[in-house]
Design a protein around this ligand. Structure first.
Ligand SMILES: Nc1ncnc2c1ncn2[C@@H]1O[C@H](COP(=O)(O)OP(=O)(O)OP(=O)(O)O)[C@@H](O)[C@H]1O
Length: 463
């Protein structure tokens, strides 16, 4: 039940308000002075405080300042006489929710309080969601006791309170995005946006307008203003995944933002100041890309102010039992199962495996095993089919039947399988098949298979 505190030095006024609001179903407490009111606020944590402006002792205005920071601030409604509306406006500037003019009218009291309660329930829901989000990305929630992961976490803890640019390097599925989110949600920017974009997944012609936005008339089809990601992420963190795949022109533009801390919309005349922390990630060796001439050296140095190198799972196998436990708990919760652990032959198989898809692959193996297992232990049978990947990269044992095969069909199947494994992100699927993004894209079109990138483009078309 919403809790309301009424503060007024006039006895009659307090009683009337209490009766009206109790009849509406609220829990109502009263106080004869702001000093008494503050005591009640500290103990009851109310949703709404209705206070007179002028009272003997502390005023309603001083009360607003005196509410401690360590509680969710209640919505404050000021009561004021006609002649002193300007001070009510002053109080609203200080953060009061609304004001009521005396003599009070029942209908407007009820309506104003209802609005205040609604605002508070939205605020509380928001705080609850934020707490859940911050809890999900707690640094302590990142699993890993190996030397490699401890070194990663040392750096993460140091960079978290700052706004320094970070470059995260590691194979696909090692946890680069998880680390980037942990840095953001534990930093002073945590209440501002975290935006993640995959530079390899957005078609080249869309990257610029996604990042920088545009003005109406900037190009054919630009009918309205679009705010770009840099602007909408102001005061937050932008995670540029697969930065190694950023086209050269965009490398230059991003370098300029890093230097000048301002952006200009396509077709726009003015530059707009932005305060965005950049965390970039790559599974390519960027230094090699620089030597090859496909990545700008100056951008590379701007990005690698601090680098975090996440080792592949096969180089930190001691983390496997911890991760297995972590994912069993996660999926027991999700699927309502009670799996206790894994058999010794299973853990041996998991430890022996080379994990080309790193933690993402381990997670999906455990997810499936938790779901499929008929006993309370994960047995070798529950996982072995998932671990039959070729040990040698590029070697797949396919036997050709006597009647031969339809090569196009095989190609289509492989592409579909890779897309399913890559969660429909073409850039990732292309890597699974060792193809360039363009070659892969060509085949997707040929077989008429849709991807997440299509969705981005069609959203764009609608804009
Ligand atoms: N140390 C860890 N502890 C717990 N979960 C982890 C850890 N590392 C990764 N994960 C989980 O593994 C999955 C893959 O991680 P993530 O998406 O961050 O990898 P990535 O390196 O960004 O992959 P890609 O390069 O393919 O985008 C996620 O579900 C993530 O939560």
């Amino acid at each position: 039940m919403p809790v309301i505190i009424v503060i007024d030095d006039e006895h009659r006024q307090r009683d009337i308000l209490q009766t009206i609001l109790q009849d509406e179903g609220y829990e109502v407490h009263t106080a004869p002075s702001a000093e008494e009111g503050i005591k009640l606020i500290k103990t009851l944590n109310p949703d709404v405080v209705i206070t007179d402006l002028k009272m003997g002792g502390m005023s309603g205005m001083q009360l607003i300042d005196a509410i401690p920071d360590n509680i969710v601030k209640p919505a404050i409604i000021i009561m004021t006489a006609y002649g002193t509306i300007s001070s009510a406006v002053e109080a609203m500037k200080k953060g009061a929710f609304d004001y009521l003019t005396k003599p009070l009218e029942k209908d407007s009291i009820v309506l104003t309080v209802k609005n205040a309660i609604e605002r508070m329930s939205l605020l509380k829901e928001n705080i609850r969601l934020q707490d859940a989000l911050f809890g999900k990305f707690k640094i302590e929630g990142i699993v890993g006791e190996s030397k490699g992961m401890k070194a990663v976490m040392e750096v993460v803890k140091k960079v978290t309170p700052t706004s320094v640019t970070v470059l995260i390097q590691g194979e696909s599925g090692t946890g680069k995005e998880l680390i980037a989110r942990a840095i953001h949600y534990n930093s002073p920017r945590r209440t501002c946006p975290f935006t993640a974009i995959n530079c390899a997944a957005i078609p080249e012609n869309l990257i610029e307008s996604e990042l920088f936005g545009y003005e109406p008339g900037a190009f054919t089809g630009a009918t309205h203003r679009k705010i770009g990601i840099f602007e909408s992420t102001d005061r937050g963190t932008l995670f540029l995944d697969e930065i190694g795949d950023l086209p050269p022109l965009m490398q230059t533009k991003i370098l300029r933002v890093l230097q000048d801390k301002e952006v200009r919309r396509i077709g726009g005349k003015e530059s707009i100041k932005v305060d965005v922390r950049i965390i970039a990630a790559t599974n390519k060796d960027l230094e090699k890309e620089v030597l090859k001439g496909s990545f700008r050296e100056d951008l590379y140095y701007r990005l690698k102010v601090v680098t975090v190198n996440i080792p592949p799972l096969r180089d930190r196998k001691e983390d496997i039992p911890l991760l297995v436990r972590f994912f069993i708990d996660k999926y027991n919760n999700e699927f309502g199962k009670r799996i206790k652990g894994v058999s010794s032959s299973s853990i041996k198989a998991l430890m022996d495996y080379h994990w080309p898809g790193n933690i993402r692959q381990l997670e999906s193996v455990i997810e499936r095993a938790v779901l499929m297992s008929d006993t309370d232990i994960i047995n070798l049978d529950d996982i072995k089919s998932e671990l039959r990947f070729p040990l040698e990269k590029g070697f797949i044992d396919i036997s050709i039947p006597d009647e031969g095969i339809n090569f196009e069909e095989l190609e289509r199947e492989l592409i579909k399988k890779a897309m399913a494994k890559a969660n429909n992100v073409a850039a990732k699927a292309a890597r699974l098949l060792g193809m360039s993004y363009k070659t892969f894209w060509y085949r997707l079109e040929k077989f008429n298979i849709s991807s997440k990138e299509d969705i981005i483009s069609s959203k764009k078309d609608k804009n």
